[in-house]
Design a protein around this ligand. Structure first.
Ligand SMILES: [Zn+2]
Length: 453
């Protein structure tokens, strides 16, 4: 192998999500940064109920190039019906930045003996998700949880995980010291969130190391600025106003792992003298995160109650909440005193709830950004119209604005930057203009080589 570092972006080049970045050095150390499922790749072949078959392992994904055919990476079972032969692991470690599916969910195909390094909180979240949803069963792995301040020695690499602020707790970026070069990876991050100082910590530490290259997310670059980007504080103010004005039932939907948003909505409920009631999945995650010393987590049964839908049989994680649970009859009787989580897939609960006309629905998620999302939004609006409910939209992004991205890159002081996790890598030269940073473009599966400058 040639001298220098080789970086191969197998997912996350020119697309949002699906990050899979292989880093190899001249001594033969090979690590992967994230191993997620793409949001968009595969949409040409799969949709709705037409999905890759679990029974065919990685086979259906290989057919359309949705997973890279890297030898010595996959589990024996995942390769059973493919032409890629099983080989003992040739990857030394996988580093997971955070527990969003576009960064982690393709781990299910990975050889279980490859060490997977991840934040302690990410480990807790993945465990909790697997307990409540079969889609999140990533199989057994050699998980090696870390905390801020740890240094990971992976053969010839020393890796410093550094916390960042994102729309899920326990997110990290990585600073990687290899023999041939210094490399940093942002994962997903933002500067406008409640824990902006963590992103500042990341950028400051990376800047001290003056890396040869920064792999930098650019989710919000280049797209039409039709969305009103706000901070979490704006979301709080906007929701508090809307809920305070509501005279009947208030319902809300949000991303179930966004602890910042959950805390925001809990504050809204408290300020408007309502009880915050969440679904059993969210309650289970809150319970599991309870012991985390770094997080402020509402206590189930005291600060939030649990809504149990009518079902013939309950899963064990749902049964655990029976004593804190309320059903549709309780909500129906106490409508003006409740802020209830009701996701799109559970809108049928409205038939039992029969909200008094004039009820409020707070959509605390991003506005639709594709046809599927627009179709779902239309259906939501039909339901709201049917029940004479009002819609309120309030959301803040998990990703940095272009202006904040520029500030982050300036503080990281990389010699070169590679855009990832963006549909608009061509917007990067403008973004870094005047910073003395060279933009390099990754093409899926094509190695970029990097030597110390
Ligand atoms: Zn993310």
């Amino acid at each position: 192998m040639s001298s220098g570092l080789q970086i191969t972006v197998h997912g996350g080049a020119g697309e949002i999500g699906g990050n899979k970045i292989l880093v190899a050095d001249s001594t033969g150390t090979r690590i992967l940064l994230d191993f997620g499922q793409s949001f968009t790749a595969g949409n040409d072949y799969f949709s709705g109920y037409l999905q890759p078959r679990a029974v065919n392992g990685a086979g259906d994904y290989f057919e359309f190039g949705l997973l890279p055919e890297v030898p010595g990476l996959y589990a024996r079972e995942a390769l059973q019906n493919t032409t890629l032969r099983y080989r003992a692991p040739q990857i030394d470690a996988i580093l997971v930045s955070h527990a969003h599916s576009d960064h982690v969910s393709a781990l299910r195909f990975i050889d279980p003996t490859i060490p997977v390094y991840l934040g302690a909180t990410t480990h807790t979240i993945l465990t909790a998700l697997a307990e409540t949803s079969w889609q999140w069963d990533l199989g057994p792995h050699d998980y090696r949880p870390f905390r801020t301040g740890d240094k990971l020695h992976i053969d010839s690499f020393t890796v410093e995980p550094i916390h960042v602020d994102h729309s899920i707790p326990g997110a990290y970026g990585f600073l990687i010291h290899a023999r041939d070069a210094v490399l940093a990876y942002t994962g997903d991050l933002r500067l406008h969130g409640p824990a902006a100082h963590m992103t500042e910590d990341f950028a400051a530490r990376v800047g001290e190391a003056h890396p040869d290259l920064l792999l930098c997310e650019g989710t919000r670059l280049g797209g039409p600025e039709t969305v009103r980007w706000r901070t979490e504080r704006d979301v709080l103010a906007s929701c508090r106003r809307a809920v305070a004005n509501a005279r009947h039932l208030a319902l809300t939907t949000f991303y179930g792992r966004d602890l910042d948003r959950i805390n925001t909505l809990r504050r809204v409920a408290r300020a408007t003298k309502r009880t915050f009631v969440v679904g059993a999945r969210v309650a289970h995650l809150l319970d599991r995160l309870q012991g985390d010393p770094k997080l402020s987590v509402p206590r189930v049964g005291r600060e939030v109650l649990v809504y149990l839908r009518r079902k013939d049989t309950y899963y064990s994680y749902e049964r655990a909440f029976v004593t804190h649970a309320v059903g549709h009859r309780y909500i129906r009787r106490h409508q003006p005193e409740i802020l209830l989580q009701l996701d799109w897939t559970n809108l049928t609960e409205l038939i039992d709830l029969q909200p008094t006309p004039g009820a409020l629905y707070v959509h605390s998620m991003s506005e639709p950004f594709n046809e599927e999302g627009e179709a779902e939004m239309q259906i939501l609006q039909n339901w709201l119209h049917h029940f004479h409910m009002e819609l309120h939209q309030a959301h803040a992004s998990g990703h940095a604005s272009p202006r904040d991205l520029r500030a982050i890159i300036a503080k990281c002081r990389p010699k070169q930057v590679v855009p990832i996790h963006t549909e608009h890598p061509e917007a990067f030269p403008d973004l870094v203009r005047g910073l003395g940073v060279k933009v390099r473009y990754a093409r899926r599966g094509r190695p970029l080589s990097l030597t110390r400058q």
